[in-house]
Write a protein that binds this ligand. Structure first.
Ligand code: RAM
Length: 861
């Protein structure tokens, strides 16, 4: 019998919450990670829940499950807080100690819980413009001592709250961007420590944000969701005697104007510190000159709790170089292309203005802002004078590596200028490293592009007048993202929005939330690779997280998509009509027409159709919908045959003799018979070699080409492609000091000038999807069964790389591999967490089953 102390359970988690305060699930599923001796498996578990009315301990549940197990008790009610502990028992009946507790608390679960009204400043703001208002009220805390206080809050626009002069929480750009007409997120804050007996005050900053700020390209559109910013705040104070005081937004609030003169996500922020109102969010402030507020409409049934973490500052980066330019200007290089904003500390005369402009790259020693198109990305701070002043904009973000600061009046720039990195604060879960420093930098660039584009929703780019939730980009990148970060909660929220914004006929918008996009994008048309996000991405996330609940939630959306394509396809099953983006940004496409790649767009469309059908069939299988599974599987077969008939010529060549065509056919399993696969792999390798190992693929082919070569035993060719440094290639960008993944292979041209194309971002993750091949094949850590319950270690050394490692913090615990080529052969050190199984699939085909724990194995060369 193993000693109970050798089996330990870490504090459990609820759903995918990193911060489970104000959760929206009345019956949250519970997960835990166990560490036990090698070979130990859980046989049963017990959950204990400490609720206000007592402690409930379940019977022993005989099960090996530890990920997202069902809530064991009666559902939680609104505002309920409880503590959860877990213990486990092995087959030998050893019982672990109880885990440390997880404290969770629900938010407002029913619309009727909302008694606060939605308020908006009364003063007609038009045509005075979009100056961000302030809202405030005072209130008294009387009666019994305060036990706890919660603030439930959201806005039309963006908000920041202060109570008694102190900011509440550290979230940025709350409430984030959702499909506002259908779903508006609210946040829950513990504000117990903000309150004091007697007089108190609460104040809110409001700004346009996505709700009514200018968004989109071609000049953009304002007021997309409404033309008034508004606040909904409900402060609930629970006293020791269990009485409750509720301070909600209502007509007793007052509205005023603060020091922010304007603020836009694309435009930047203008702030005049001379117009600050000291004490405005504290009691005793004279708001007589302020105006009343109006009640506006918001259906509380549309208010939802977050499923993922908030956006906040996650890192501060000081300048690496500061250069003086003419005209009282500093050029600041932060050494990293990032998303966030600059904080400055200055001192100078009242009325002096410091202007901060941002850009990703330089041209001729100056900021190159042309790629920002219509995004102004300029912040202005006017000093109040008389001392040291520190400022950072509140309601905007920029994508930049360089800042130009005009009128600098600070001290040492390395102390007084700092870039504050912002994104959704997800837990990092994946790491990769190898002996090739350039490949490491490439991987680091992928991580940075992920960080810069996971800002509440998955965007294409963070800097220009776009920043939209493009469906195709995340479709190709989701497997990489789900390895690197725990993005399940954030993407599950976004996928909800995709489902609610899916058109009646099943069309998936090009980007979600959908806003007007000019002739090319509005009205949206069904596009292969983009619309397929609804069928493929839930499955990819399920692979990483093991959460079949997401499949259930998104199933109708996925089905509606493939059913639409069935209507659009011809009788044989080919999706061969309609507008398509094809292999977007194929390097052979003319710069002004990125969709005009060399691979037949309808070949790609039919391939995606077949692949999505199979995913819907697999999903139906997991959900126990066997009829659906059989129906979609049949359809998938039909489309696969039609694909082969139409696009594969006798002899094995494809009608589009391109890397993308073969890669798609191989990776989407469209060549069922092994000789055809082998032939396609050979031809793909020939094409890559004939191209001198430069990239010849766009958004569609790029994530697939290296895996397609690996799966057909052309590893050397895949490595040569990876390690190519001439343009177009993954490593080419490093010659230009890239610190993120670019939108175009040549966003910076070989002569060092910025690509003149209309669309030239230096921070687009799509082409970085190759990182998942680094994880699964170069290092060799992949999913064997959903949630990494089974782990496949499949290292494929090559390219002169002498060692590589990857680690993933999986739902079962840390999975890791490190391999090294030595004189004795290939030595592999693997870690399999308790509760999972694992095996090594060696390059020569031999399979070694692994025990849990860390194992070192060598296979002679
Ligand atoms: C660009 C976006 C995005 C891509 C679309 C088709 O405007 O940046 O990356 O998905 O086009």
């Amino acid at each position: 019998m193993s000693d109970r102390r050798t089996v330990t359970v870490a504090a459990p988690t609820a759903e995918h919450h990193r911060e489970p305060l104000g959760i929206g699930e009345p019956a949250p599923r519970i997960s835990w990670k166990t560490t036990g001796p090698a070979g130990w498996t859980q046989h049963a578990y017990q959950i204990e829940v400490l609720r206000a009315d007592g402690t409930y301990t379940t019977e022993w549940v005989t099960s090996q499950d530890s990920v997202l197990v069902p809530w064991p008790l009666a559902p939680l009610v609104s505002r309920e807080s409880c503590e959860i502990r877990v213990r486990v028992r092995g087959a030998d009946r050893t019982v672990s100690e109880w885990s440390p507790p997880l404290r969770i608390e629900t938010g407002l679960l029913a619309p009727a819980d909302w008694t606060a009204h939605t308020i908006s400043p009364h003063e007609p703001e038009r045509p005075a413009g979009h100056r961000p208002p302030l809202l405030r009220r005072e209130f008294a805390v009387v009666g019994a001592e305060v036990e706890r206080a919660r603030l439930y809050v959201t806005a039309h626009g963006l908000y920041e709250i202060e109570i008694n002069g102190r900011r509440v929480g550290d979230q940025a750009l709350a409430p984030g961007w959702t499909s506002y007409h259908h779903r508006l997120r609210y946040q829950t804050h513990d504000v117990t420590d903000h309150l004091r007996a007697g007089a108190n005050a609460i104040g809110a900053w409001l700004a346009d944000g996505w709700y009514r700020g200018r968004l989109g390209f071609g000049g953009g559109h304002a007021d997309l969701y409404g033309d008034r910013v508004a606040l909904i705040a409900q402060l609930e104070i629970v006293h020791r005697d269990k009485t409750v005081t509720v301070i909600g937004t209502d007509t007793s609030w007052r509205a005023g104007q603060g020091p922010i003169l304007s603020s836009g996500l694309l435009d930047g922020e203008t702030y005049d510190a001379r117009q600050e109102l000291p004490g405005w969010s504290s009691s005793g402030f004279d708001d007589n000159a302020w105006s009343p507020v109006d009640l506006v409409d918001r259906d509380p049934a549309t208010l939802v709790a977050p499923t993922g973490p908030p956006v906040r500052c996650t890192e501060e980066i000081p300048p690496v170089q500061v250069t003086a330019l003419d005209g009282d200007r500093l050029l600041v290089d932060f050494g990293q292309n990032l998303v966030g904003r600059v904080r400055i500390t200055v001192s100078g005369p009242a009325g002096h203005t410091v202007v901060i402009r941002h850009a990703e790259v330089l041209q001729d020693g100056e900021l190159c802002v042309r790629p920002l198109r219509g995004a102004v990305s300029t912040d202005r701070y006017t000093l109040r004078g008389g001392g040291t002043e520190t400022w950072e904009p509140r309601f905007t973000l920029h994508g930049f590596r360089y800042a130009e600061i005009t009128g600098w009046r600070g001290g040492d720039p390395s102390r007084d200028i700092v870039a504050r990195v912002h994104h959704t604060d997800m837990a990092r879960t994946g790491w990769f490293e190898c002996s090739n420093e350039q490949v490491n930098r490439l991987h680091e660039n992928v991580v940075w592009s992920l960080r810069g584009n996971f800002v509440d929703l998955p965007t294409d780019c963070p800097q220009r007048d776009e920043r939209l939730g493009w469906t195709g980009d995340i479709q190709v990148f989701a497997p990489t993202a789900a390895f690197l970060y725990d993005c399940h909660g954030m993407l599950a929220s976004w996928l909800r929005d995709v489902a609610v914004e899916q058109h009646d006929d099943g069309t998936v918008p090009w980007y979600v939330p959908e806003i007007p996009g000019g002739e090319q994008w509005t009205p949206a048309r069904p596009g292969a690779g983009w619309g397929d996000v609804v069928a493929l991405t839930p499955w990819d996330l399920y692979q990483a997280s093991g959460d079949a609940g997401l499949l259930a939630a998104q199933y109708d959306s996925a089905r509606r998509w493939v059913d639409l394509i069935t209507e659009l396809a011809d009788a044989s099953g080919l999706w061969n009509r309609g507008y398509q983006l094809g292999d977007w940004l194929d390097p052979f496409a003319p710069p002004e027409d990125p969709g005009a790649g060399r691979t037949d767009r309808h070949l790609i469309a039919t391939a995606y159709y077949a692949w999505s059908l199979r995913h819907v069939a697999w999903t139906a299988g997991v959900l126990g919908r066997d009829d659906d599974r059989d129906r979609y599987e049949d359809r998938a077969w039909r489309v696969r045959w039609a694909f082969a008939d139409a696009y594969v010529l006798p002899g094995g060549r494809m009608t589009s003799d391109t890397q993308t065509a073969y890669a798609v056919a191989l990776r989407f399993d469209l060549l069922p018979d092994p000789p055809a696969r082998a032939a396609a792999g050979r031809r793909l390798a020939e094409l890559v070699e004939a191209g001198g190992h430069t990239i010849q693929t766009g958004f569609i082919g790029t994530p697939l080409v290296a895996p397609a070569l690996s799966s057909t035993h052309h590893e050397d060719t895949a490595y040569a492609l990876l390690l190519q440094q001439e343009c177009p290639s993954w490593l080419y960008a490093l010659k230009h000091d890239a610190t993120t993944i670019w939108e175009r292979w040549d966003s910076m041209l070989p002569d060092g000038t910025v690509n003149p194309g209309e669309m030239t971002s230096f921070n687009h993750y799509a082409l970085g999807a190759v990182a998942q091949w680094l994880h699964t094949t170069v290092a060799g850590l992949g999913v064997g069964a959903p949630g990494y319950r089974d782990i496949v270690f499949r290292p494929r050394p090559g390219g002169g790389i002498t060692w590589a490692s990857a680690a993933h913090e999986s739902p079962y615990g840390r999975a890791a591999i490190r391999w090294e080529l030595g004189e004795t052969g290939l030595t592999v050190e693997t870690t399999v967490p308790t509760g999972a199984t694992g095996r090594i699939e060696w390059p020569d085909g031999v399979v070694t089953d692994l025990p849990t724990g860390t194992t070192t194995t060598t296979r002679p060369a």
